[in-house]
Design a protein around this ligand. Sequence first.
Ligand code: NAI
Length: 249
Amino acid sequence: MQDLAGRRALVTGGARGIGRAVAELFVERGATVMLADADAEEAAGTAAALGDAARSVACDVTVGEQVAGAVATTVEELGGLDVLVNNAGIEIVQPLLDMREEDFRRLTSVNLTGVWLGMKHALPALAESRGTIVNLASVAGMNGCPLLGAYCASKAGVIQLTRTAAVELRDAGIRVNAVCPGFVDTAMVDRAAVAIEAALGASFPELVAAKQGRLGTAAEVAETVAYLASDRAGWTTGAHYVLDGGLSA
Ligand code: NAI
């Protein structure tokens, strides 16, 4: 299927994990992709592995100038921008009251402000192409989760930013959607699992098996992102798609 043929995409946090899987699938479906990541070295390695259709740019999504720079580089090197995937994110596993103020600010700055900055700086280019935005939220943005208070709050914010942007941008022909995965097999979850086990004294694999059957894969999340980015989802905007093996059912 080449339903993203000719599309020019910017994927934040594209060096590894879900962002990398999104970039791989986009390239497979005919898109060209710019990977924007704070880890410039890993992003460059990923882009090289993906071949001529992928490039990379150093970008910390918490810094407006860097986000604007990543958009400008995309427009310059790929010839425009059709799809923005706001994927960069971090997780900090801690009881609410133990969390340090700087950690709360850091998390919301990456996960929420970073998404807003991406939308803000990409909009002029997306208005020109009547492009589309897909934001990585989480089922944690729909439910309360022990130890994930700041993360839950940031992802709830992403869902509401998505819905507001969808309504605000409808007349400009720009669709804006979010995906809400449960636990997915990436480095982020490897780190979270260690902290969750330490805090709850519970086995993470058993928790996952009981709540969602198994871990999701980054490729499964990428499938939904690719669908939402394509014209097949032409009437879908303001939605948040849940993929969680029944965790939130
Ligand atoms: P990951 O930790 O494997 O990869 C995250 C990527 O974002 C890395 O390449 C990292 O360098 C980059 N990044 C981090 N901070 C950044 C910043 N300030 N600026 C630019 N890049 C930055 O994480 P994973 O699991 O691939 O997660 C991707 C997105 O999916 C995140 O937004 C996460 O919250 C969300 N998500 C992940 C789930 C999971 O279970 N893994 C479940 C639900 C949502």
